[in-house]
Structure formats: C-alpha cells, structure tokens
Design a protein around this ligand. Structure first.
Ligand SMILES: NC(=O)c1ccc[n+]([C@@H]2O[C@H](COP(=O)([O-])OP(=O)(O)OC[C@H]3O[C@@H](n4cnc5c(N)ncnc54)[C@H](OP(=O)(O)O)[C@@H]3O)[C@@H](O)[C@H]2O)c1
Length: 125
C-alpha cells in the first residue's frame, strides 16, 4: 500500500464517465456526490422522472444527469442499456448500488423472479 497516491490530483476523474445505480438516496447519492467532486460525469439511475429531477436538484452539478432504470423489470433494464449505448461509447466506472433490504414478503417480478434476486443478480447480468 506504500505506493497509493494521496493527492487530490491523483483522483481527478475529468473525462471519465460513471454510472451509479440507485442514486436517488443513501449510499448511491453519496457516491454520486464524491464522483462529481472529482470531476467525473455521473449518470444517476433512478426509478422515475420525479426522482431524477429531485436527485439532480440535490446534486446541483452540471456533470450529473439521470436516466430511469427499474432493476426489477427486464424491459426497463433493456431500455436503459439501449439508451445508454445510443448516447455513449464508453463507460469508465460502474457502481452497482441499487438494492433493497429485507422485503416484508415473497414477491415475484413481472419476469417471474423473486424480487430481491432480480434486483441484485438477474438485472446486473
Ligand atoms: N446501508 C447499509 O448499511 C447497507 C448494508 C449492506 C448493503 N447495503 C446495500 O447498499 C446499497 C445502498 O444501500 P442504502 O442504505 O443507500 O439504501 P437506500 O437508501 O434504500 O437506497 C437504495 C437505492 O436503490 C434504489 N432501488 C431500490 N429498488 C430498486 C429497483 N427495483 N430498481 C432500481 N433502483 C432501486 C432506491 O431507489 P428509490 O429511491 O426509488 O427507492 C435507492 O436509490 C443497497 O444495495 C443495499 O442493499 C447497504
């Protein structure tokens, strides 16, 4: 660990593109803030347009944008991937943060998977 750079300049992410999933709150929002503070362009994924606007208001940074992504719908995942690929040709940082904890009851998604498994596993594949 002796060679780990310690200066802010060493962590300058100018020109880098990041995706943070589940950036509307909690760890995702905090991660988006940190990446923006290091000059990355950050795509914040959110579950609907209103959360997108709210998230951008909280971040207040022109390098942030939002895209809608519902991790429990393969349709939404595919739409997101298509939209991303149409707009960008590179991705430097992916923070697979979106998730849930302790859903109160067993539920299946529209695609037939248990919701937690779908959000954490299937949609990321
Ligand atoms: N905090 C902890 O102590 C802890 C411990 C272990 C693991 N984790 C994991 O770390 C991650 C972030 O935790 P957190 O505490 O920051 O949780 P959080 O505040 O509840 O944030 C979770 C994020 O995931 C999004 N999300 C939930 N379901 C989604 C879905 N179906 N599709 C797309 N996005 C979805 C939420 O969107 P909405 O705002 O729309 O709900 C929110 O932006 C989670 O994956 C969690 O399981 C956290």
């Amino acid at each position: 660990m002796g060679n780990v750079p310690r200066t802010a300049a060493a962590y300058d992410l100018t020109g880098k593109l990041a995706i943070v999933t589940g950036a509307s709150s909690g760890l995702g929002l905090a991660t988006a803030k940190k990446l923006l503070a290091r000059n990355a362009r950050v795509i914040c994924t959110v579950r609907d347009e209103k959360k997108g606007v709210d998230t951008l208001n909280k971040l207040n940074n022109n390098n942030a944008e939002y895209m809608v992504l519902e991790m429990d719908s393969f349709d939404s995942v595919k739409r997101f991937a298509d939209d991303f690929n149409n707009k960008y040709s590179q991705l430097n940082i992916l923070v697979n943060n979106a998730g849930v904890a302790f859903l109160p009851k067993f539920e299946k998604t529209i695609d037939g998977y248990e919701r937690t498994v779908c959000i954490f596993l299937r949609s990321n594949i």
